[in-house]
Write a protein that binds this ligand. Structure first.
Ligand code: UDX
Length: 437
């Protein structure tokens, strides 16, 4: 079986490399010439642990190659994964699915032999049937070109592992033939016990929206409780540990902090509310607006605490910031709360020095007027306040005594509640967390 992957951004590049790792011959279709040339040279244009080696290995072996030609992909592969982006149209609006439509329009006319087209992009519910109809209309192979909806749940930082060994596989609208082919594609994961759920298009599309909405809700829930903890002197970490012992709740995604960011959760909950509005059921999911509001408020809250720690004004003060990426093990700064906070403090007159192990370059592209440090100690040097905003392991490994030697004032705000508060306090620091006693 041969595979094509249409759209080689984050999802597509990972999927293509992982399919090659599973032993399939893969062609990736990427229309951006710069991205395509890099991938063809075996270079991943973003940071994702383990992916660089995988991609380079399979490009070198010839099992994975890249093209700009949908026709070449159509002639080559039996299964085509659509992995293009669905960005937010504008503030408060839904997802732009033009690239998904474009992928079908480009591929379908060349499908002269039986093909299964697999949608992986995150789309508003109702997109798949429209694409299926368009595919049937445009494909010369007609009924032999089928569409399956197979949402992707990978997390940045774990993208390779999540692709090779997903929690579950969801197939929407698969005929027995398409199911058989996809069972072959995912044979390794299935042999490991990954559950395969067969359902209709709408349910498969909604699983993704619902999963992200649930995760976002869980984070905003604990962040809302953190706000309450702060006013009564309770501790949100102890509280989350206690909640987490209840199997029905679980401890994961109950880490209070500066809130969620990235290219998925914020965009996807907004797109979901927007789509629900189009479907006349906005009231059913309007709570997600509050989930979003609670999340935005976290960032402002951190700026307010930082200002208070700097005696009411940040102007002219030096602030060291550890972290710019929206999460560790990623160089993604899309909707990053860390970068937002750093940017706000800068705009209010602080001298902000940011260090991130991987995201410095992407952050500098998005926010060029900030100062970027070469290492965490540089970022902390002469600081009146240190902010720990992205929980890279290397920050937790730093000795608070050594860091204390370079700052002007030993005060740290831990936006992720993960530093060893006792050790930092023992080294003479004033430590503040979020929702901590
Ligand atoms: C998310 C979903 O997890 C994934 O299934 C989907 O395919 C894409 O969107 P990702 O954006 O990579 O993945 O990151 P995730 O690990 O979910 O974290 C999202 C944000 O939530 C990060 O900013 C993270 O810092 C924050 N977060 C996560 C918290 O603030 N607290 C938590 O307890 C967990």
């Amino acid at each position: 079986m041969r595979i094509s992957v249409i759209g080689c951004g984050y999802l597509g590049a990972t999927h293509a490399a992982c399919m090659a790792e599973l032993g399939f011959e893969v062609v990736g279709v990427e229309i951006d010439p710069v991205k395509r040339a890099g991938l063809a040279a075996g270079k991943v244009p973003f940071f994702e642990p383990g992916l660089q080696d995988l991609l380079a290995e399979h490009v070198a072996s010839g099992r994975l190659r890249f093209t700009d030609s949908a026709q070449e992909a159509a002639e080559f592969a039996d299964v085509h994964f659509v992995c293009v982006g669905t960005p937010q149209v504008a503030e408060g609006l839904g997802a732009d699915v033009s690239q998904v439509d474009g992928a079908i329009e480009l591929l379908a006319p060349h499908l002269t032999r039986p093909a299964v087209v697999v949608g992986k992009s995150t789309v508003p519910v109702g997109t798949a049937p429209r694409l299926a109809a368009r595919l049937a209309e445009l494909a010369p192979a007609g009924a032999d070109a089928e569409l399956v909806w197979n949402p992707e749940f990978l997390r940045e930082g774990f993208a390779v592992a999540d692709t090779l060994r997903p929690d579950r596989l969801v197939l929407g609208g698969a005929t027995p033939h398409a199911e058989e082919l996809l069972r072959e594609v995912y044979a390794a994961a299935l042999a490991d016990g990954t559950p395969l759920l067969l359902t209709d298009y709408a349910t498969a599309e909604l699983v993704k929206s619902a999963a992200n909405a649930f995760l976002a809700t869980k984070i905003s829930f604990i962040n809302a409780i953190a706000e309450v903890c702060e006013v009564v002197g309770a501790d949100v970490v102890d509280l989350a540990d206690a909640l987490g012992h209840d199997d029905r709740i679980g401890r994961k995604f109950l880490n209070a902090g500066i809130g969620f960011g990235g290219g998925c959760l914020p965009k996807d909950i907004r797109a979901f509310v927007h789509r629900a509005g189009e479907l006349g059921v906005e009231d059913a999911v309007s709570f997600l607006r509050q989930v979003d509001d609670i999340n935005q408020r976290r960032r402002e809250h951190v700026v307010a605490i930082a200002t208070a720690m700097l005696d009411g004004s940040v102007s002219g003060k030096r602030v060291g910031v550890w972290g710019a990426a929206f999460k560790p093990d990623s160089d993604d700064v899309r909707d990053s709360p860390a970068l937002w906070i750093a940017g706000q403090l800068h705009l209010r007159g602080a001298d902000v020095r940011v260090y991130d192990p991987e995201a410095g370059k992407t952050a500098a592209l998005m926010f060029p007027t900030l100062t970027y440090a070469a290492n965490p100690i540089d970022a902390a040097t002469d600081a009146d306040l240190l902010l720990h905003l992205t929980e890279w392991k290397e920050f937790r490994a730093l000795d608070p005594v050594a860091v204390g030697d370079v700052v002007t004032r030993k005060q740290v705000l831990d936006g992720r509640n993960l530093l060893d508060f006792d050790a930092w306090r023992a080294a003479g620091w004033t430590v503040r967390g979020l929702g901590r006693r």
